[in-house]
Ligand binder design. Structure first.
Ligand SMILES: [Zn+2]
Length: 311
């Protein structure tokens, strides 16, 4: 893919400067959104240490856990999310090929149940979307007792969450004292959802928003725009501390990503994206990306139009 990086950003800066001049206002640098708060005590396993474990778990609070699959097992190095309520547990995604995620998930669940003097709780397995690097561990969960694995098609997702009007409906899914919002966001992939947790004020943003390459097939660009417009409307009325996506592909140098399929991520960008990144993505998608076959580079992510794909 031709790169052309940098041109979009400088054009935008020029446009902002021109707009400020025409408005007669003082020339100021475009405001940079505040960084997201740091939510994790440790840095994530990034493939730079010889003996890194195949998975790493970090807690956001006592009921919210993030699991990373080592980049040494699969270059996708996805993040999975495990949320506990009083009545049920939600797992978002099951990992990429060559990952063995279920023992880690079972261990965290076992420790939580023991600490809370609970017996079993039903486990619901949802997916940020249906690409292989997020569903490869499904089989191991399908045979797990007291577990429901949601299907992979938009109709399966809509029916499980009781959405009458995909993708416009936003469903409430209550884990028991923890009512999550399920936000359909097709574009990157047809069954893509985001999940908002009012307790932690965290948005699980999947592959539609993360510090990396946000691939959008050009034949689904309008769906993506509509999805991010709906997301921005949601964000305007719900407090969001940070968006947490499913991968990291950016370095800590603004606008710079790793090479594709990198097997180590030295100096990796944080997982947390600020809520301002939603507006940045929404604005970026206003560009005629169907005719610009290169990545649109932002400090914290790159919007990547890709050739048409069936979904
Ligand atoms: Zn992915």
């Amino acid at each position: 893919m031709a790169s052309g990086r940098g041109s979009w950003r400088s054009n935008t800066t020029a446009a902002l400067v021109l707009a400020a001049f025409l408005a007669g206002s003082a020339l100021v640098a475009p405001a940079r959104s505040l960084p997201a708060p740091a939510l994790f005590r440790e840095t994530w396993i990034d493939g730079t240490a010889a003996g890194e474990p195949e998975t790493q778990v970090q807690a956001i609070d006592g009921d919210t856990f993030v699991i990373r699959q080592s980049v040494k097992t699969n270059f996708e190095a996805p993040f999975l999310y495990l949320l506990f309520g009083q009545d049920r547990i939600l797992l978002v995604d099951t990992g990429a090929e060559n990952g063995v995620l279920r023992p880690t998930v079972d261990r965290v669940i076992g420790e939580w149940l023991a600490a809370h003097h609970r017996g079993q709780l039903p486990l619901i397995v949802a997916h940020s979307h249906s690409h292989g690097d997020h569903i490869a561990g499904d089989a191991a969960f399908r045979e797990r007792p007291n577990t429901t694995v949601i299907g992979l098609k938009p109709a399966d997702v809509a029916s499980f969450f009781g959405m009458k009007n995909w993708p416009q409906s936003i469903a409430i899914f209550d884990l028991g004292g923890r009512a999550l919002s399920i936000i359909p966001t097709p574009g990157h992939q047809a069954a893509h959802i985001m999940i908002y947790d009012p307790r932690t004020q965290i948005l699980l943003s999947g592959d539609a928003l993360y510090p990396g390459r946000l691939y959008v097939p050009v034949n689904h660009m309008d769906e993506e725009r509509a999805s991010i417009d709906r997301l921005a409307a949601f964000a305007a009325t719900h407090p969001i501390r940070a968006a947490l996506g499913a991968h990291i592909e950016m370095t800590r140098t603004p606008g710079r990503d790793y090479v594709q399929q990198a097997l180590a991520h030295p100096d990796e960008h944080r997982l947390e994206l600020s809520p301002g990144s939603i507006g940045a993505l929404q604005n970026g998608l206003k560009a005629p990306l169907e005719r610009e076959w290169h990545g649109q580079v932002h400090d914290d992510f790159i919007v990547y139009p890709v050739p048409p794909r069936p979904q």
